[in-house]
Design a protein. Structure first.
Length: 98
């Protein structure tokens, strides 16, 4: 992973893995808080939960990922990772036949 991500030290790799883990845990907290606030629970239709996830959880993860990257001094890595990931997602939905 160090080589693939261009990370020079084991400590840098651990810091990046920490950013991923704290982002995931924080996103789960945001999901629980917001879904409770807008009353989405087990009785909610799946289609509505999927829409809520796409509108709330996905953007929350992206913003928290950037935030934690910034406060840990790894913003450049996180920003580049984010751009690459979002480009891959875009390519799933938009065909470029050029």
């Amino acid at each position: 992973m160090k080589k693939r991500w261009g990370v020079e030290s084991f400590g840098g790799l651990l810091l990046i893995l920490f950013i991923f883990s704290i982002t995931g845990m924080s996103t789960l907290y945001v999901r629980k808080l917001v879904f409770g606030w807008i009353n989405i629970g087990p009785a909610t239709p799946l289609w509505l939960e999927i829409i809520a996830w796409a509108l709330i959880v996905f953007p929350a993860y992206q913003l928290l990922f950037l935030f934690f990257g910034f406060i840990t001094g790894q913003f450049q890595f996180v920003w580049n990772f984010e751009k690459k990931s979002l480009k891959r997602i875009k390519n799933l939905f938009v065909r470029d036949d050029h």
